[in-house]
Design a protein around this ligand. Structure first.
Ligand SMILES: C[S@@+](CC[C@H](N)C(=O)[O-])C[C@H]1O[C@@H](n2cnc3c(N)ncnc32)[C@H](O)[C@@H]1O
Ligand code: SF4
Length: 388
């Protein structure tokens, strides 16, 4: 992969942002009918060794673009990374450490599906250097789990979370709401179960029906828009009472337990993307670049080309806001210039328009979405779209 050298005039970064690493593992036991992530049903034994080798060569290719920079976090996501053996995760993290310096307190997350883990496996991941686990549960309702095509029962989900908590202090639990025929009571019961697990971080995603999924072709009956809004309010209120801070559209954490890797995305930090379909963003003093790898595991493994581009100055304000306005407390006013290399003066009109509509508020220090801006995030973001 060549390092892009064409300059995009107008960008002047005084300081490069923190750098993270995203590793994509693209296989799952079964494809869930709602999921549009780059995940593929495994056909048999996984080519773990060959895949780790390819990940390593992806990383080596990227090294010249980030010489001397340290990694603040690593996120091994999928798909279902917990299908890989602890030995393979150990080989992967050793390869990363041999090539890049990790900050001493670097957060290293691995996503796990409850149908693929037990206590010994979690211990193995911990010994490999993983220090945060994200468990995809979605619901604790037996019939709902079946409707969502999940490979685990509610009891298995609980056992997986308990086992994760035996080896890790830092555990996230993914839930979804607005599910097929879900009532407010059902969403409430899922949340109560999730809370009782005692995890320090919870993510609650409203189900979206995405193209190229089974649910898109055979659309299930979903709760009305207002019912979903009620569920969201209930989730926010219940988690606040239980001591979780709502810090991003879908993320809730006990104090000190926010996900640093995701915060780096939302604060428009840099990240290297390795693995099938992985995306990355790397800043230079005079340009911001993106890379995107081939999605299909077979083509990726055969060496299909990685797409590279320079983010145009026109797109930068929207790209920044798309991330930063997901943060409930918004961002420090200086961060826009620090991360995009552009002056805030260039988007004054957009900011004023958002304020007038009650979607945004700001003082000299911070710019943040109002409660209305958080609810109608798309309306707020549209105001920063590049002019055609
Ligand atoms: C890439 S998945 C990884 C977790 C793991 N593969 C699993 O499902 O157990 C990350 C999370 O995205 C959420 N998600 C996936 N598809 C979604 C959709 N269509 N709408 C809302 N959330 C979704 C789920 O909560 C899921 O746990
Ligand atoms: S297990 Fe996770 S990544 Fe795999 S298909 Fe289901 S939601 Fe998507």
């Amino acid at each position: 992969m060549e390092v892009l050298v064409q300059k995009n005039t107008g960008v002047r970064l005084a300081l490069l942002p923190p750098l993270a690493l995203y590793v994509h593992i693209p296989w799952c036991v079964r494809k869930c009918p709602y999921c549009d992530f780059n995940s593929h049903e495994r056909g048999g034994a996984l080519p773990e060794q060959a895949y780790v080798q390819k990940l390593t060569s992806d990383l080596e290719e990227l090294l010249p673009s980030v010489w001397g920079r340290r990694l603040v976090s690593v996120f091994i996501g999928g798909g279902t990374p917990s299908l890989f053996s602890p030995d393979s995760i150990d080989a992967l993290l050793s390869a990363v450490r041999a090539r890049m310096v990790l900050e001493p307190d670097a957060e290293i997350t691995l996503e796990a599906n409850p149908g693929t883990v037990e206590a010994g496996r979690f211990r193995g991941f911990r010994d490999a250097g993983v220090n945060r686990i994200s468990v995809g549960v979605q619901s604790f309702d037996r019939a709902m789990l079946a409707r969502l095509g999940r490979i685990h029962s509610a009891a298995e989900a609980r056992r997986a979370i308990d086992a994760a908590l035996e080896s890790f202090d830092n555990v996230n639990l993914d839930l979804m709401y607005g599910l097929p025929a879900q009532t407010l009571e059902m969403a409430r019961a899922d949340l109560a179960q999730g809370l009782s697990c005692g995890v320090p971080h919870l993510s609650a995603y409203q189900l979206t029906i995405e193209p190229n999924t089974v649910f898109w072709r055979e659309r299930p009956a979903l709760p009305e828009h207002d019912r979903c809004a009620d569920m969201q309010v209930e989730i926010e209120e219940t988690l606040a009472e239980a001591g979780y801070q709502h810090y991003e559209t879908s993320a809730f954490a006990r104090p000190g337990m926010r996900c640093r890797h995701n915060l780096n995305y939302w604060e428009f930090g840099d990240y290297l993307g390795i693995g099938a379909g992985a995306h990355g963003k790397v800043s230079f003093p005079d340009r911001i670049t993106r890379h995107e790898r081939a999605k299909q595991p077979a083509q990726y493994m055969e060496g299909a080309a990685t797409k590279e581009s320079i983010v145009s100055v026109k797109e930068l304000p929207f790209e920044f806001m798309l991330n930063a306005l997901r943060l409930v407390d918004g961002f420090p006013a200086g961060l826009f210039e620090q991360r995009t290399g552009l002056s805030l003066l260039g988007i004054q009109k957009n900011l004023e328009s958002a304020e007038q509509r009650g979607l945004l508020e700001r003082d000299l220090k911070r710019i943040r979405p109002t409660a209305r801006g958080q609810r109608f995030l798309n309306e707020l973001l549209e105001l920063f779209l590049p002019a055609r």
